[in-house]
Design a protein around this ligand. Sequence first.
Ligand SMILES: Nc1ncnc2c1ncn2[C@@H]1O[C@H](COP(=O)(O)OP(=O)(O)OP(=O)(O)O)[C@@H](O)[C@H]1O
Ligand SMILES: [Mg+2]
Length: 398
Amino acid sequence: MSVIGFDIGNENCVIAVVKQRGIDVLLNDESNRETPSVVCFGEKQRFLGSAGASSAMMNPRSTVTQVKRLIGRRFKDPEVQTDLKIFPFDTSEAKDGGILINLKYLGETHSFAPVQILAMLFSHMKDVAEKNLEMPVVDCVIGIPSYFTDLQRRAYLDAAKIAGLKPLRLMHDCAATALSYGIYKTDFSSTGPTYVAFIDIGHCDTQVSIVSFEVGHMRIVSHAFESNLGGRDFDEVLFGYFVAQFKEQYKIDVNSNIRACIRLRAACEKLKKVLSANSEAPLNIECLMDEKDVKGFIKREEFERLSSALLDRVCIPCRKALADATITVGKIHSVELVGSGSRIPAIAKLITSLFGREPSRTLNASECVARGCALQCAMLSPVFRVREYDVSTKYFSY
Ligand SMILES: Nc1ncnc2c1ncn2[C@@H]1O[C@H](COP(=O)(O)OP(=O)(O)OP(=O)(O)O)[C@@H](O)[C@H]1O
Ligand SMILES: [Mg+2]
């Protein structure tokens, strides 16, 4: 029987499997290690994962992304309402106060609950894993943000069960990351605990934890989060900047056109990634709307200036985690940056000044949660023998 860890993120899904010789991240049909968290309903069929992402532009109103934001939430929740404003699909309030996603599929209007969409994603990831391993995949551990409510946790478990999986446990992202860091490391000091800060910046959220390691043992000392601060907020900064610029320069209102909004958002995300490696980046979109081609340009300095309020907010959970752990920055042995949202250079700079040391990237930023979950699954499964490792914390999992 296989032992699997799933990280179903707002932007990407990753599957890891423990094998006799170590942990592998499984490749999808396109040979990628990450699969977009997208479900797209077309006129004739449904597209999942990478196929969903490539069909999104053709079916803008029937493509669901970031379903993790909607799972187990109430329609009237002000935070949900803010999210819904930027999503292109139509939603309404369900009878129980939850959310219904209304879209066209096979030429008819259908309504889906977020848990059904999440189940489709789980089922797709299960298929990917089974194709890879050539055996049934059932037992698994799934990563979730530490701030998830009971309802959100239950919805995750339900979605996994609908997909035919048997989640042995839900595990907090930060605990999974810390486990994948600590279990193989043998050079911890024997004179006292080694404290490590983990900072995970994903597409929609930021999670920080302080973990103490000793040989054969780890303890989550504190954790803090900002559930509304991730890579997509930086995309929105660029989006707002270009919407204003194009209004003036080309006399177009991008916000009035759904397809143009999706295309500009996607271009801004790409631009943000280019700015992580270059000091300036161009933006060109053909026929964005009203048959106008648009051109833009931004320097990294300008982007950092526009994002300064967001950058300041990254510090808040970091400071809180330190305060809750009641340790000073000087006691932190290493600061580990994970989550692909953390690839923005200004974030590393900020963390350096906050912790007085450069952050490390020992772990694979996009795979560590899935890897930790797979390890936890192996520890819970009777089929595998894993090195004796003790994980103690009240923040550990569900
Ligand atoms: N080179 C890069 N520079 C800047 N940002 C990047 C880079 N590569 C990826 N990103 C951003 O990282 C974010 C996705 O990160 P990640 O895959 O960790 O999120 P996720 O796990 O799917 O989401 P969440 O943790 O919120 O559920 C996106 O906003 C993406 O634009
Ligand atoms: Mg993540």
